[in-house]
Design a protein around this ligand. Sequence first.
Ligand SMILES: Nc1ncnc2c1ncn2[C@@H]1O[C@H](COP(=O)(O)OP(=O)(O)O)[C@@H](O)[C@H]1O
Ligand SMILES: [Mg+2]
Length: 173
Amino acid sequence: MEILKVEKLSKYYGENETKIKAIDDISFSVEQGEFISIIGASGSGKSTLLHILGGIDKASAGRVIVDNQDISSLSEEDLARYRRRKVSLIFQFYNLIPILNVRENILLPSLLDNRKIDNNRVEELINILGLTEKKDKLPNQLSGGEQQRVSIARALMNDAKILLADEPTRKLR
Ligand SMILES: Nc1ncnc2c1ncn2[C@@H]1O[C@H](COP(=O)(O)OP(=O)(O)O)[C@@H](O)[C@H]1O
Ligand SMILES: [Mg+2]
């Protein structure tokens, strides 16, 4: 089954002479259960594409179809639900909330979605990602790699159908 279909997608920034084509007319599709990677030099539009697929940025042209639904046709409310339930994004620059500790950052999407917290799952993810000693720390008390692991745990906590990972291991060395 096709879970994701991208049709003639483009994203432009700026106008006329200063116009940047961050994404220029791309099409592809992904089957459920399939794992794909996108490779390209920095500035080639990888993050822009993932942000559009994740519903946090809008395309200039083209369509993104997830589970047979065009996400550009969703209302703001449905788009918020899409972001919380259908897709999970591991951000290139983590986007952790500075005033929340590790455990709270991991739980935040579930809390915003009024979901019942599965405490075993939280502890399991904290352990798998090696964050047991750090779970009460704030993001600015963590290394880059540790912050990246928190953002991975937060994304996995969502149990979404599509996991979008933007250079998810670049700090894990
Ligand atoms: N908000 C923005 N305004 C203007 N240009 C942008 C913006 N975001 C990204 N770009 C440009 O779009 C291009 C693709 O960026 P990006 O998607 O971050 O690339 P990558 O993730 O592959 O390094 C770059 O040329 C970048 O400068
Ligand atoms: Mg990027």
